[in-house]
Every structure is written in structure tokens, then in C-alpha cells.
Design a protein around this ligand. Structure first.
Ligand SMILES: C[S@@+](CC[C@H](N)C(=O)[O-])C[C@H]1O[C@@H](n2cnc3c(N)ncnc32)[C@H](O)[C@@H]1O
Length: 226
């Protein structure tokens, strides 16, 4: 049976509405606080990132709100911001919205499975953003391994996903989240998967089940196995 997320992906009208209406409400429900632009603010608060990033990736970009948010900031004026998503519908909407906002020249969007090598394999990224997407990826460990492979030494990954909140009614909430097609990670699972796949945890915070963290690459010498 298809998840709600898959049904939405296949319907352009629902998908366009998802970014505007569903996603903020859905996140707010599980964060227990308003979540419109808070995802971006909370991730940025964990680490300011480089002053003038050159190469920025948005993995599982959906309809592109995050890439557009970055592109509108002056610190990204020289950055190459590239979003990837499995969904052709999402990528079409992302391109249309970026063009409508006058950000078409500052952003690129491509249909791609980030678990497999990307055309031109754009490694050496200064920043990689994975917002609301890790919990929808078939293999979260492999996805984090891809983040490690695409990130520059000294680069930073910003991740927003779902991690169990012991203070909420898990049975009901997690069933709803699963029905939406999202996985909810357990305890330190994200950190453990990151560690096992070449990354280490920087900062982390959460609002209810909505979890935010930054990850950096373990250096080849000295930190492997730490
Ligand atoms: C809940 S949406 C979030 C989209 C967007 N980042 C946001 O915050 O609104 C998750 C997205 O991840 C994409 N996705 C899942 N697995 C993927 C993969 N292996 N490669 C690329 N995109 C993927 C889905 O197509 C979907 O658009």
C-alpha cells in the first residue's frame, strides 16, 4: 500500500500545497511549536557554517523551499546551490518557484536518487542540507555515507529528521508519522548511523519528535573509528 507521502508525490497540486500548508502544520504538530521557518533557524543556530559557501547541496529537496531560502541570502550570492530529489513533480515545482522568485539563476534542481552516484558527482560540498528527507530514504545509513562522500573536508551537513521523543504518546504519533511514509529514528540512532558512515555529530537539538543536528566529516587520518 502506498504511503501518504507517495500519494502526494504523484499529484502535482497536492505536492505544491505540501510545502505551503501541510509541511509546516505537520512539523508543528510533532515539534509542539510553530515550525514555519523554524527548521532553517534551528539548524543554522547549531552552527553558522562558512561565511561564503561555494558549493551547497540540498538532498531530497522536494519543492525547494530550503534551496530558495539559502539563495535569497547574500552570503550565498556566489554559491552554486543544487537540489536533488527522486520526484520529477517536486523538481518541476522547485524550478518553477525558484524562477518565479527570481532565483532561477542561483539554483539548480535535478531529478536523482542521492543513494546512487549523481551526474558529475558534485563532491567537495561546503554545506549539505538534508531537511525532512533522511527518514524517507530507503537506507538512512547509506544516505549518510553519501553525505560523507559529497562533503568537503571542513564542510558541514545540516539534518532535520524525526527521532522518538519519550515525552509524547509514541504509539499514536509514530503510527501517524509512519503512515505519512516517514521513519522515526530511535534514541541515538541518527548519531550512530552517522558515526558508522564517516560522519561525526556537531550540534543537536530537538523540538518534540523533530530533531536537528549538524554533522561533519571524520578526517581520513586520526578520526576513523573514533
Ligand atoms: C518530506 S519530503 C521533504 C522535502 C523537502 N526537503 C522539505 O523539507 O520540504 C522528502 C523528500 O525526499 C525525497 N527523497 C526520498 N528518498 C530520496 C532519494 N533516495 N534521493 C533523492 N530524494 C529522495 C522524496 O522524493 C521527497 O521529496
Amino acid at each position: 500500500m502506498k504511503s501518504i507521502a507517495q500519494i502526494v508525490q504523484n499529484n502535482r497540486r497536492l505536492l505544491a500545497a505540501y510545502e505551503d500548508k501541510v509541511q509546516p502544520r505537520f512539523l508543528s504538530r510533532y515539534a509542539r511549536e510553530p515550525m514555519d521557518a523554524a527548521v532553517y533557524r534551528k539548524l543554522r543556530a547549531l552552527d553558522p557554517g562558512p561565511d561564503a559557501p561555494a558549493r551547497v547541496l540540498d538532498l531530497g529537496c522536494g519543492t525547494g523551499w530550503l534551496a530558495r531560502t539559502l539563495a535569497a541570502e547574500s552570503r550565498y550570492r556566489r554559491a552554486n546551490i543544487v537540489g536533488y530529489d527522486l520526484s520529477p513533480n517536486a523538481i518541476r515545482i522547485a524550478r518553477e518557484r525558484a524562477a518565479a522568485d527570481g532565483l532561477g539563476a542561483r539554483t539548480e534542481f535535478h531529478v536523482a536518487d542521492i543513494l546512487t552516484p549523481l551526474a558529475g558527482e558534485p563532491g567537495g560540498a561546503c554545506e549539505i542540507w538534508v531537511c525532512g528527507a533522511l527518514h524517507q530514504m530507503k537506507d538512512a545509513g547509506a544516505a549518510l555515507g553519501r553525505v560523507a562522500g559529497l562533503l568537503a573536508d571542513g564542510g558541514i551537513a545540516y539534518v532535520q529528521t524525526f527521532v522518538e521523543d519519550p515525552d509524547v504518546n509514541e504509539h499514536v504519533d509514530m503510527a501517524v508519522v509512519a503512515k505519512m511514509g516517514h521513519r522515526v529514528f530511535r534514541g541515538s540512532e541518527v548519531e550512530d548511523l552517522a558515526e558508522a558512515n564517516g560522519l561525526k555529530l556537531g550540534g543537536a537539538s530537538h523540538a518534540g519528535m523533530v530533531y536537528f543536528c549538524t554533522l561533519t566529516k571524520k578526517s581520513a587520518i586520526g578520526e576513523a573509528g573514533k
